[in-house]
Design a protein around this ligand. Structure first.
Ligand code: HEM
Length: 185
């Protein structure tokens, strides 16, 4: 929601897609998701820039392992920085910009096979809640923007919004977003 309010053009495009595909003011249903590619791209772009579990779960090397010329010794604890991978300029064009369009022509998905985008981790410990989480994110975000108009508080503009992040096991917005909903008739 914060990225959408900071990027009104993206919000407008998402609302247009929802209005044309399911009709303005309607809640999104599970069967609608596959027909909403722009909403899907928004969710992927959000997980790229703001992965909810930025360092995944810690791993331990089972044996001495060579990775990109570095030796990871047996027994070492390994943290995978999904947050940094999502913003790596050698992988992503304009990495700090919120641009869902980058996923419209791309096969990259969050299911743990494309290592440039791993908000749910990967391998044997991949998040088992992924299918539920992905459905819920589309249903919730899609319904919030299709049923309500949203405004920022007085004095807050897309340009001066505070987007600082608070790092921990999970990633949070340092300043919670305060947005005002207006029910669409
Ligand atoms: C946006 C929502 C969510 C995100 C971004 C997320 C992300 C993650 C990540 C990154 C991991 C660590 C995976 C790894 O290190 O390879 C994880 C593990 C886990 N997640 Fe999620 N998760 C989400 C929602 C859920 C939901 C809805 C459930 C349950 C209904 C769930 C249950 C779990 C469990 C049980 C683990 C531990 C798996 C293991 O250690 O074997 N998660 N999640």
């Amino acid at each position: 929601m914060a990225e959408l309010l900071r990027n009104p053009n993206v919000l407008l495009k998402a609302r247009r897609e929802l209005a044309e595909t399911i009709g303005k003011g309607k809640q999104v249903e599970e069967s609608d998701i596959s027909r909403l590619p722009y909403l899907q791209a928004i969710i992927k772009e959000t997980t790229r820039l703001h992965p909810a579990v930025p360092l995944l779960l810690p791993r331990r090397a089972g044996a001495d392992t060579e990775v990109c010329g570095f030796t990871v010794p047996e027994g070492a604890q390994v943290l995978v920085n999904a947050w940094a991978i999502g913003r790596d300029p050698s992988i992503w064009e304009m990495p700090n910009c919120f641009m869902p369009e980058r996923f419209l022509e791309s096969e990259i998905d969050v299911k743990g096979r494309d290592f440039e985008l791993i908000p749910f981790g990967g391998g044997r410990r991949i998040c088992p809640g992924l299918p539920l989480a992905m459905r819920m994110l589309h249903l919730m975000l899609g319904s919030l923007i299709n049923c309500f108009d949203w405004k920022l508080e007085d004095g807050v503009t897309p340009e001066n919004m505070d987007m600082d992040e608070k790092f921990g096991i999970t990633l949070q917005k340092a300043e919670p977003l305060r947005a005002i909903p207006f029910l669409l008739s």
